[in-house]
Ligand binder design. Structure first.
Ligand SMILES: [Ca+2]
Ligand SMILES: [Ca+2]
Ligand SMILES: [Ca+2]
Ligand SMILES: [Ca+2]
Length: 449
């Protein structure tokens, strides 16, 4: 094999791996703002309540199309947005398993849709629902012990569903939207996130997602070539289409997982689990490709131009930096528990756990408006923040939670970290409509002619 062939083969390996890396980093940025209504029972609104089918044994084997989720508030029953995502025996989310509720399928709802607790004889005037038991679901937050909210899971094909949705995915435009956000993924010029707007604003606050990397090819242990790549040049090595597909998109979340790796997007939160093979690769006899470093970051547009000013970068190492293009020192270590961008239009908190696979993990931060002809995008860095792994050799693992934040959130990463570590809890109680206590029973047969 010639040196040129070796370089090309190395490039293809890098292209494939980087595409995997980027898809994950960009997918996790598919964020939405909370679309839930005013919280009825829990003050925390960005985290979903997720419960397994095992919580609802009386509905085991019931067609998912017969499940209805309602809340009671201000003296009336209302349908709320929810979804049941089917999980197969390997733990993967599947677009369609058997269409029936089983133990590992997942019921998902948002706490902003919780309502009041009702008496056991207070049911919707729906004859079919009253034929079956219902589950009273009590949602609680261990961080706010005094709070609780309720929803009720019914079996009925005649209870109308909610037509609200907190997530929308336009695959043709590669755009994910919530009630008040839009994120667009690039498919032509580079790999990654192109645009992000926040909280109902139209303006794009993001320059782009940036990738930097370097790899070397070693023959008999000696470096024979070293190459760099970024989110543009890596396209030379990628033959697959860049178009993203999201297999499961419901009104509450978009989700995918093969049981070990995956992501979930909610109205104002996204979570991610991923492993990426960045071990040295044998690409020819006695010839090894080694990653010197890989770095992924998000670079803002000038906050003074987008309306994000005043904008600040905070992190768990105590950084408190104005994102204004004037450089400041931000510690590259220890690795962060969280980082935050907070601006006049809103921002986000990034909670990451990265296993660098024998490499060295450091934090990347750059804020410098001086034009750099070697940079991509607008050639300047505004609050460019991310992570860098030097000399990985093994399977790099990424665990990440992202929360979109409202304008004026302040330095709030510690609170979001607590939320990410303490999911909402749900308890289900089986209830039946009291026999002989329902005038509806007398006309029930007529409804079923
Ligand atoms: Ca199922
Ligand atoms: Ca942009
Ligand atoms: Ca600055
Ligand atoms: Ca830039």
């Amino acid at each position: 094999m010639t040196n040129e062939q070796t370089r090309q083969r190395g490039g293809r390996v890098v292209g494939t791996l980087v595409l995997g890396l980027v898809v994950v980093w960009l997918l996790v940025w598919g964020l939405g703002q909370a679309g839930a209504s005013t919280p009825a029972g829990l003050s925390r609104t960005q985290d979903p309540l997720v419960m397994n089918g095992a919580n609802f044994p009386a509905f085991d084997g019931v067609p998912l199309t017969e499940l209805a989720l309602y809340q009671y508030q201000a003296g009336a029953w209302q349908p709320i947005p929810f979804q049941v995502d089917e999980v197969d025996s390997s733990g993967a989310y599947v677009a369609s398993e058997d269409g029936l509720l089983d133990a590992n399928d997942e019921l998902v709802l948002m706490p902003g849709d919780l309502g009041d607790s009702v008496a056991v004889d207070n049911w919707p005037t729906d004859a079919q629902a009253r034929l079956y038991p219902r589950y009273a679901i009590t949602a609680t937050d261990s961080l706010q012990p005094g709070e609780a909210g309720w929803v009720y899971l019914y079996r009925s094909t005649t209870l109308p569903p909610s037509d609200e949705a907190y997530i929308a995915w336009d695959e043709a435009a590669q755009t994910l939207s919530g009630i008040s956000y839009t994120v667009r993924f690039e498919t032509e010029q580079f790999v990654g996130i192109a645009d992000l707007s926040l909280n109902g604003q139209v303006v794009d606050v993001l320059d782009r997602q940036k990738i930097r990397g370097q790899y070397s090819i070693l023959l008999f242990g000696q470096v024979i070539s070293t190459s760099t790549f970024n989110e543009e040049t890596v396209l030379n090595f990628i033959t697959q289409p860049l178009t993203i597909t999201l297999p499961v998109v419901g009104p509450v979340r978009a989700v995918a997982s093969d049981g070990e790796q995956g992501f979930a997007f909610y109205g104002a939160k996204a979570s991610l689990g991923l492993s990426l093979p960045l071990a040295d690769v044998d690409i020819a006899p006695f010839t090894v490709l080694h990653f010197d470093f890989v770095q992924v970051a998000l670079d803002l547009l000038d906050p003074a131009g987008t309306g994000m000013a005043p904008a600040f970068y905070y992190d768990s190492n105590g950084a408190n930096a104005a994102i204004d293009g004037v450089p400041e020192a931000v510690p590259a270590s220890p690795p962060l528990a969280w980082s935050q961008v907070a601006g006049a239009l809103g921002g986000w908190v990034n909670i990451g756990q990265i296993g660098p696979a024998n490499g060295t993990l450091t934090n990347h931060y750059r804020d410098d408006a001086t034009p750099d002809p070697n940079d991509t995008g607008d050639g300047r860095a505004y609050g460019e923040a991310g992570a860098r792994i030097a000399n990985p050799n093994g399977t790099v693992t990424f665990g990440q939670v992202l929360y979109l934040t409202p304008a004026g959130a302040g330095n709030a990463g510690a609170q979001y970290l607590l939320w990410s570590q303490n999911p909402l809890r749900g308890a289900a109680a089986l209830q039946s409509f009291p026999a002989g206590n329902d005038t509806a029973l007398t006309y029930l047969p007529f409804l079923h002619r």
